[in-house]
Design a protein around this ligand. Sequence first.
Ligand SMILES: [Mn+2]
Length: 356
Amino acid sequence: MQLEDKQLMRLLSNSNPLIIHHWDADGVISATTLANYIGQGIDFESPPFKYNLDKNYLEILSLKSESHDIIIIVDLNLPSKVLAEISSITNKPVISIDHHTTNDIPKSLSIVYYNPAKNGDPEGLWPSAAHVVAILTGIYDPLLISSSIAGDLDNEAKNNRIFKKYMDEIGLDPEKDFDIPKDCAMQIWGAEALGKIDIIKNLPSVLAYGGIDPCAALMRDPVLTTLRNEAEEELNNLINKADTQLEKITDYFYAVMINGNGRLISKISRTLASKYPNRLIMVGYLAKSTNDASIYIRTKRNDINFSKISEKIKILGYQVGGKSQINNNVIGVEIKPESLSEAYSNIVEIIKKELA
Ligand SMILES: [Mn+2]
């Protein structure tokens, strides 16, 4: 179901929701921004790094939602089937607010779907879900929203006009002061990278109701700082390893398979895609800390049909998500750890055919 902005705002402001957010900086900041608008009494959840929710976790959601009248999902591009499962097991309406590219739009009357970027966002007008929430509610902390964009776009944020607008609002220079929002996002990223979901889902209430400047609170937190340092050290080692082992498949298509402790595939693939802007980079990765396997396909090139590749991977039955913005084209595929090498060869073949 689609609602007008005003109807949706009225629904949000009168609700007492359980907010389920993505486990990254943008997800945490989207939940925080929404909570600041709605007020007290909100509970927060973040799924344990999975887009397909198992029976046990759905049961947990059902229990947690008992004292709430609605479920709001932010920055989490769950399949419409999963949104329907959540609504059905909790017996509550679901509102999903997102900015990922998708053609899997829920049709059920119990699901409100709000995503201005669903058909793609070539101009980067919706660089973060927190920005979608900020536009909708009109209440936001510009440094936090800048951080959500730095988290999702990394260095590419410097060229994003929405990012520039928020930085301008606080009197910061998008280039020279980039490290201020970036550091704030990286503090959240460390906990995400090392699989600390309990820390992640505690952050929105600390940031929304803690009463101190949220970015300062993130920077000062010693646990977050330790996790971030540990994750950054491993990340640098793995980027070098992946770069050395990158294998040429055809022309400009390169791929590599590695593993490590942290959940680091997104930044590894992003770094390689930035280092080689004319290549299409594919990374297969197993994160041992959470036993998550995934494949990321990434490029700064804008002449490759990413939605077609994405569709072909979906047909093989994999969980696929992604974004298609200028200079930021990404497909993420969630794989069962035991099927990683099989999926890796299947997807290499799909891309080879698509590029031929
Ligand atoms: Mn996001």
